[in-house]
Design a protein around this ligand. Structure first.
Ligand SMILES: *Cc1c(COP(=O)(O)O)cnc(C)c1O
Length: 354
């Protein structure tokens, strides 16, 4: 029997992730340390006093207001979902169904996967040979002559900093893409922005076609809670909210995020430590006889080795799990290593022979 499933879904691969157990987990760019125990206790105490048999507010208004206060954004321009990866799919539904998704490659794989699943035309502009974003190429892709889908507009996805390279785009480059003509929603994924000290908020405030994605999964140390949000113009947010399932955010998620936002000190401290550790590892890696490390503004480092399979196996033998990136031809030999605790980073450097 032919399965009653759309051809695009049948043809799509699963999300490329294989869980592997290892004592030192440096493969998913998570925070090195858990959410602080004192704040966890506060969340659990507040959760105990909540009514669990009642639905939460329809669009998590209280949490949106807390995010808006923290970000200096309009509360009606904040849209929260269970992880920013949900928004990646919703934004294609909002602006690119039967239209185009333009992004770069290599890149966070979900932009392309979701575009294919939802049947949007996908253009992936290769990074330049030094692995920086070819903004001329991105802008050209939004104008591609003879490409009816591109002509109709859609969504441009750009991560800032870029994953998996950790590079950043100059504000002037983002300004250029924000000003492209046609019906394009320009989405800047700022999952790692705290580690770069960059923000596209000013740009997004002046260009209503620019939308920012942020997450509680990385710097905030709440990947297991599943929370992300969009900072958009009030008008775009009003329509995006229609696509978020009603009552999507649980009372647990709302309380945890509110507690985190009221106590941002722990996050800022950890970001500073992560940046110091990132630079320490990068400096040490420059002494490696065969590995080459790329400059990163995020909480991970991309390293070119002679053989990614051998390098990751050598590290795994020492109990250290990293992520291979060599499925991309331009990233032959590359592995990506999350910055861990100072102790974990020492173990990593020792396993790398340094
Ligand atoms: C980790 C990451 C996210 C976060 O996804 P969540 O669903 O919020 O956990 C988004 N974009 C990029 C590029 C990431 O690396």
């Amino acid at each position: 029997m032919k399965l009653p499933i759309r051809a695009a879904v049948l043809a799509s691969p699963n999300y490329p992730f294989v869980p592997i157990d290892a004592p030192v987990k440096l493969d998913q760019n998570e925070a090195a340390e858990d959410f602080p125990a004192s704040l966890k206790a506060l969340v659990l105490e507040r959760l105990g006093r909540e009514k669990w048999h009642r639905y939460t507010d329809l669009n998590a208004e209280t949490l949106c207001a807390a995010i808006a206060r923290y970000e200096g954004w309009s509360p009606s321009g904040v849209v929260v979902t269970t992880g920013s990866n949900v928004l990646i799919s919703l934004l294609i539904q909002l602006a690119a169904l039967d239209k185009s998704v333009v992004t770069v490659t290599p890149n966070f794989s979900l932009y392309g996967l979701d575009a294919k699943l939802l049947g949007a035309a996908l253009t992936e502009v290769p990074l330049r040979s030094d692995l920086t974003v070819d903004m001329d190429g991105v802008i050209a892709a939004t104008k591609a002559k003879g490409n009816a889908a591109a002509h109709a507009g859609g969504v441009v996805y750009l991560p800032q900093p870029h994953a998996p390279t950790g590079s950043i785009l100059a504000a002037s480059e983002l300004q250029r893409v924000a000003e492209i003509s046609g019906e394009w929603l320009v989405v800047i994924d700022e999952a790692y922005h705290q580690f770069a000290g960059t923000s596209s908020a000013t740009l997004a405030r002046s260009c209503p076609n620019v939308l920012i994605l942020r997450t509680f999964s990385k710097a905030w140390g709440l990947a297991g809670l599943r929370l992300g949000y969009a900072l958009a113009s009030d008008e775009v947010a009003r329509h995006l909210r229609k696509l978020v399932p009603p009552f999507a955010i649980s009372v647990m998620q709302q309380i945890a995020a509110e507690v985190a936002l009221s106590n941002p000190g722990y996050m800022r401290e950890r970001v500073e430590r992560t940046i110091r550790e990132r630079e320490r590892i990068a400096l040490a890696l420059r002494q490696h006889p065969t590995w080459e490390v790329y400059a990163s503004a995020a909480n991970f480092l991309l390293i070119r080795t002679p053989d990614a399979a051998r390098a990751s196996e050598q590290l795994l033998q020492a109990g250290i799990l990293v992520r291979r990136q060599d499925a991309y031809s331009s990233l032959a030999g590359c592995i990506r290593v999350t910055v861990g605790t100072p102790e974990e980073n020492d173990l990593f450097l020792r396993a790398a022979g340094l």
